[in-house]
Design a protein around this ligand. Structure first.
Ligand code: 1GP
Length: 248
């Protein structure tokens, strides 16, 4: 298994990192397509694969996609959890996340308390991460009962990010929601980044080289693309988005 913390430290020291998000819900992705997409994304220059989705994730489909990605690329597999019942030791690391602006304590600490003993038993490495859902929030905003951060409430986003860092979170994720029509505003990324010391992940609605470059220039350390990767069959465009995200 890859030591993802070390891998990331190394990559982040060299510049902005790109993560490909794969949704293991079999209604959206099968194992064979996952191998093909993973290889294409590796060729496009992606650094790692996040695996997760808001619905339909099970231990079995999560594990199967992690194995497929590992076999196809050898790149890190990172579980981006959604369901306390779906936990697989086939991933290299799990983002142990709290949806810090949820209005339901289940998503802040209660599900985590249910999952933690099981994660310990399986000996899965974890990285503590604060997940902050910004408008429009999409499915994850709805499912997690997030009190969405308005797009112009930069101070609100900074408050959550800083509080999370003070609580010991090692990553902060600003999420506009998968498939969002607008990504997180660059001004919000910039101000949050200025206020925290831990790496900042940004995702949701990034599907053009311009949007990826804007997130990187605003200060995102890690840029995530999911929907775009699922939908784009143009390898040149895939490469252009990854390059813009990484600034290469
Ligand atoms: C969702 O931020 C990720 O959690 C990716 O969003 O699917 O819009 O790229 P997209």
């Amino acid at each position: 298994m890859i030591d993802v913390k070390e891998y990331l430290k190394d990559k982040l020291a060299k510049g902005t990192v790109h993560f490909t998000l794969l949704d293991p819900d079999p209604a959206k992705l099968d194992v064979e397509s996952a191998k093909v997409i993973a290889k294409r994304m590796q060729d496009a220059g992606t650094d790692a694969f996040m695996i997760g989705g808001s619905t339909g994730v099970t231990t079995e489909n999560l594990g199967a996609i992690a194995v497929a990605v590992r076999e196809a690329t050898g790149l890190p597999t990172i579980y981006f959890p959604s369901d306390v019942h779906a936990i697989s030791d086939e991933v290299d690391v799990m983002l142990f996340m709290s949806i810090v602006n949820s209005s339901n304590p289940k998503f802040i600490t209660h599900y985590q308390a249910k999952a933690a003993p099981y994660i310990k038993m399986l000996n899965i490495p974890t990285i503590p991460m604060a997940y902050i859902v910004v408008e429009p929030g999409m499915t994850v905003g709805r499912v997690s009962e997030a009190k969405l951060i308005p797009r112009d409430d930069i101070e609100g986003a900074v408050g959550f990010a800083l509080a999370a860092q003070m609580m010991g979170m090692q990553l902060v994720y600003l999420e506009a929601g998968s498939g969002a029509d607008r990504p997180v505003p660059p001004e919000m990324i910039e101000t949050v980044k200025m206020n925290i010391d831990v790496p900042l992940i940004v995702g949701g609605g990034i599907r053009t080289p311009e949007a990826a470059a804007a997130a990187r220039e605003a200060g995102a350390d890690i840029i995530v693309t999911g929907t775009f990767v699922e939908q784009c069959s143009d390898d040149t465009l895939l490469k252009a988005v990854v390059k813009a995200a990484k600034g290469i």
